[in-house]
Design a protein around this ligand. Structure first.
Ligand SMILES: [Zn+2]
Length: 470
């Protein structure tokens, strides 16, 4: 039996995973800045790290999974002005949209999901430690900066040299207050009209990086097993998290894992393209389970080049697997019991090699379909059990109750369409025999269910208003 190896961005090598505490794993994943609806580029890391979490749980670990919500940030403040809403209303609106997208994709809820604004006390405490240790300074204008030149390990994750580095993006007008233009802001002095919290250095709000160091410490302690996020977070965000936490004397993350992007034409998805690739838009053409299957099918470190054709093909491939499982239930009169076979285990233990794991599912599918032809029930059962086991780790188990409400919506619509067509035939028949009381009662009955009938040249059409009286 193989054992789990995972790639570490810090060492650029794949090595055996050994948890700090036997049987326990702590994971911190950088979550969303809630300032726009989620597109698939945003949720890919949620799916990838959910597969990691499920595999660790299956491997016997008790996993504590933290994914934060950045609910205060320049982009949120800009959006609030644009949408003429309070900043917290913008943050809440998009946090809900992210939660709905994660749920539609069957991404397990984090053990804890801390918001930045709920951890200002911890951030102030961390800044006090950093100032006491001489790693950070408050120039007196309300800002607090980390002095990067004092840190020997700064930039080891991204393998850059400090002297090659351009000044931090938050340099703005305050850069004259910095000891070094590359020092980054832990805390930003309040600007007129912006939200602020009181600190010993004056009112202000957190810089982006501080929250993750403070919240990882709060929920996972000084040292924890895995820190994750998208590739684009390596610099500056993760470098700055390391700088803050190590300067405070914490061991911080023992391993760094980064998922690659969803690309369009080879580039990281841009915001303008993002509109059509928002999760709720794509869920109009495929089911959540199919979108998850697609997003999870590439290796997490490989770029996933998006196209609608590829998504449709992937959904068709998934339906074939699902079709086999449904056939097995019809033949065996029993829902398959999840079994994790050795080929799937070996693939997942090799740095979550999902494409290899998918090959093992294809193999089971071939064997299972041949067994249906041959009428070999024992082999059908084994194949169905192994496929369901693999799908459950990938978060794509069609028998998972998480998919029960969103699943089969096509079939439900088709059935409803049939029932309404039947009612409309009755209504037409009633009209033809000039029984208007009966015809009106059918129309009113449908209306009370929120189903509106419109008579068009092509015949009656129906729609659901959602305002039914029951
Ligand atoms: Zn972070």
């Amino acid at each position: 039996m193989s054992s789990l190896s995972l790639y570490d961005t810090l060492t650029r090598t794949t090595a055996a995973f050994v948890s700090i505490k036997e049987g326990e794993v702590g994971i911190y994943l950088c979550g969303a800045t809630v300032q726009a609806p989620p597109h698939i580029g945003h949720v890919r890391s949620g799916v990838n790290f959910d597969i990691l979490r499920r595999w660790l749980s299956h491997s016997g670990y008790n996993v504590t999974f933290i994914r934060n919500v950045t609910d205060i940030d320049d982009k949120i403040l800009h959006k609030a002005v644009h949408e003429e809403l309070p900043w917290w209303a913008v943050a809440m609106k998009y946090e809900r949209e992210f939660s709905e997208a994660y749920a539609a994709l069957n991404v397990l809820a984090p053990t804890y999901e801390p918001r930045a604004t709920g951890h200002i006390t911890q951030m102030i405490g961390l800044m006090q430690i950093l100032i006491e240790k001489g790693a950070a300074y408050a120039p007196g204008n309300g800002d607090v900066y980390l002095e990067v030149r004092k840190l020997s390990s700064y930039l080891t994750l991204s393998r850059q040299k400090l002297d090659d580095l351009q000044p931090a993006a938050d340099a703005e007008a305050t850069s004259s207050e910095k000891k070094d233009p590359r020092d980054f802001a832990l805390w930003k002095a309040a600007k007129p009209g912006d939200p602020s919290w009181p600190t010993p250095w004056g009112p202000g709000r957190p810089g982006w990086h501080l929250e993750c160091s403070a919240m990882a410490h709060q929920y996972l302690g000084e040292t924890f097993d895995i820190h994750g996020g998208g590739l684009d977070l390596i610099f500056p965000h993760h470098e700055n998290e390391i700088a803050q936490s190590e300067a405070a004397g914490y061991g911080f993350a023992q391993r760094w894992m980064h998922n690659a992007w969803v690309t369009t034409s080879g580039e990281k998805m841009s915001k303008s393209l993002g509109n059509s690739l928002q999760v709720h838009e794509l869920l109009k053409s495929v089911r959540g389970i199919e979108l998850r299957w697609y997003l999870g099918s590439a290796h997490y470190r490989s770029m996933l080049e998006f196209s609608h054709e590829a998504l449709a093909e992937s959904a068709t491939a998934f339906k074939r697997i699902e079709g086999f499982l449904n056939r097995s239930v019809e033949i065996l009169s029993v829902v398959p019991t999840p079994v994790i076979n050795e080929a799937f285990t070996d693939a997942m233990n090799d740095d979550l090699a999902v494409p290899t794991a998918l090959a093992s599912i294809s193999e089971s599918l071939k064997v299972g379909n041949n067994a249906i032809t041959a009428g070999d029930k024992a082999v059908i059962a084994q194949a169905a059990n192994e496929i369901r086991g693999a799908l459950s780790i990938l978060g794509c188990d069609p028998f998972d109750p998480a998919y029960a409400t969103s699943g089969n919506s096509d079939e439900l619509v088709a059935a409803l369409d049939g029932v309404i067509a039947l009612a409309l035939e009755q209504r037409t028949a009633a009209r033809e025999r000039r029984d208007f009381a009966a015809s009106d009662s059918i129309r009113d009955g449908l209306a009370s269910l929120g189903i509106i009938i419109e008579d068009t040249a092509q015949g009656p059409r129906w729609s659901i208003t959602g305002n039914g009286s029951r």
